[in-house]
Design a binder for this molecule. Structure first.
Ligand code: PRP
Ligand code: URA
Length: 212
């Protein structure tokens, strides 16, 4: 297991292929959406690798059996709006029964500080692993606020999923929330003067929703 302050970086060839398509400026909106959804699945799989398992009696068409399943309660999945919804779609493909929370934050272009407009979380979040999804971990201002809101609501174990991170964001998040494990597609070179990740993939929300 990697140290808590160091992100787990996906090294699966399918993740590499998916990330390359997301980065490519010629990838059209529908394909971008499909790729982000796929990456949500891959990231969630990695973040759930160590979940406890239990057994549940099921009947197949041929026989009864004790099937191995994730021990309840299931994790709670939390999307940072808007772009987190792109990863969330794939996460829900794998865990359709998981409760979902939403945290609405957008980054002010001048101050680069997150502006909050929604916090809606499952009541029993304290009993569940909370898995937060936002494709971009740039300065980490957004992630730090989102995780603070999760902890205020009672979350005791938080994991963060991102497609791409900047080294600056990784360091800032580790300083603010050292207990939170981070899972990413890649850690890129740097932030530019507008706090965009370089080489990155551009504006995740705009590419996902076609708002450029
Ligand atoms: C993007 C991204 C993160 C945030 C990352 O959202 O999805 O939430 O910026 O930046 P930070 O790490 O420097 O805080 P954006 O503000 O563009 O909002 P949107 O998803 O609503 O477009
Ligand atoms: N938000 C994005 O969508 N992209 C970045 O590179 C940084 C913040």
């Amino acid at each position: 297991m990697s140290a808590p302050h160091r992100p787990t970086v996906l090294d699966h060839p399918l993740a590499l292929e998916t990330l390359a398509a997301l980065r490519d400026r010629t990838t059209p909106g529908p394909a971008f959406r499909a790729r982000l959804r796929a990456l949500g699945m891959l990231l969630l799989a990695e973040a759930c690798r160590d979940l406890p398992v239990a057994t549940r009696w099921i009947e197949t068409p041929l026989a009864g059996m004790q099937a191995r399943v994730i021990a309840r309660p299931l994790p709670c999945l939390v999307s940072v709006l808007r772009a987190g919804d792109g990863l969330l779609a794939g996460m829900l493909d794998l865990l359709p029964d998981a409760p979902v929370g939403q945290i609405g934050l957008w980054r002010d272009h001048a101050s680069l500080r997150p502006v909050e407009y929604l916090v809606k979380l499952p009541r029993d979040i304290a009993e569940r692993r909370a898995i937060l999804a936002d494709p971009m971990l740039a300065t980490a201002g957004t992630a730090i606020v989102a995780i603070t809101r999760l902890k205020e609501a009672g979350a005791r174990e938080v994991r963060m999923l991102a497609a791409l991170a900047a080294p600056e964001g990784v360091a800032a998040l580790a300083a603010a929330h050292p207990d939170v494990r981070v899972f990413v597609g890649a850690v890129d070179e740097r932030l530019d003067e507008h706090a965009y990740i370089v080489p990155g993939l551009g504006d995740a929300g705009d590419r996902l929703f076609g708002t450029t």
